[in-house]
Design a protein around this ligand. Structure first.
Ligand SMILES: C[S@@+](CC[C@H](N)C(=O)[O-])C[C@H]1O[C@@H](n2cnc3c(N)ncnc32)[C@H](O)[C@@H]1O
Length: 207
């Protein structure tokens, strides 16, 4: 299985694909927060050390949030919390838990923004679609979901975009640089809100 703490060290290279993806996530996240009421409620599944939203807020203190970042790895949670303390960034809480467990969101959902970064390439296709189907419970009507997925064969991104459409989301932007494998999608929820099925489990990592 992947050591996710080690994996985060790839971000140290600013020319890496993962660093380019991070910049795209931050840009789309900024747009989603600008469209949302302030402070915006944000749920981040498998947040790692939270460097997408954490750094964005440190750079753009006008963006105010009430964010819950759910991450399993205690080292990444500790790193994220100490970085928050160092910058004095407010409004972000880390929860060390299984992000696939819907109970983590019972008092937060539906949120203005749902972040699903670094998950869809690490779970089965069935779990990808299960997570998309549950997004309509986690996002408010008018709110945004952001997701990432690589395009290595077989490219699942067309089916992911179609499934979001079927779940009531319209595409805002799809970032897919021709010279890189990563993609980042942003969709707005235009459907009707759904009650939270708190005992459901969204996915299991297979890497
Ligand atoms: C590819 S990394 C992505 C991290 C972050 N979202 C990013 O884009 O930088 C996947 C993360 O999911 C975490 N993870 C894996 N399974 C998890 C679970 N069931 N609940 C919470 N976190 C999980 C890993 O520890 C790792 O930090």
């Amino acid at each position: 299985m992947v050591d996710w703490n080690e994996w985060h060290k790839n971000y140290a290279d600013p020319d890496s694909e993962i660093s380019s993806r991070l910049l795209a996530v931050r840009r789309l996240l900024a747009g989603a927060l600008e469209r949302a009421p302030s402070p915006a409620t944000v749920i981040s599944l498998c947040s790692g050390d939270g460097r997408d939203i954490r750094v964005l807020l440190a750079e753009r203190p006008n963006l105010r949030v009430h964010a819950r970042l759910v991450e399993f790895d205690d080292r990444l949670v500790a790193a994220g919390r100490s970085a928050l303390a160092a910058t004095g960034t407010e409004g972000i809480e880390f929860v060390q838990a299984d992000a696939a467990d819907m109970q983590n969101y019972a008092d937060m959902a539906p949120a203005d923004v749902l972040l699903i970064a670094g998950i869809f390439g690490n779970i089965t296709d069935e779990d990808v679609f299960n997570t998309i189907d549950h997004s309509s419970q986690l996002v408010k009507p008018g709110g945004s979901v952001l997701w990432t997925r690589g395009r290595r064969s077989p490219d699942l991104t067309p089916a992911i975009r179609e499934r979001f459409a079927e779940a009531g989301f319209e595409q805002v932007e799809f970032v897919a640089p021709p010279d890189m494998v990563f993609t980042v999608g942003c969709h707005r929820f235009v459907g009707a809100g759904q009650p939270l099925t708190v005992h459901d489990h969204l996915f299991t990592f297979i890497r």
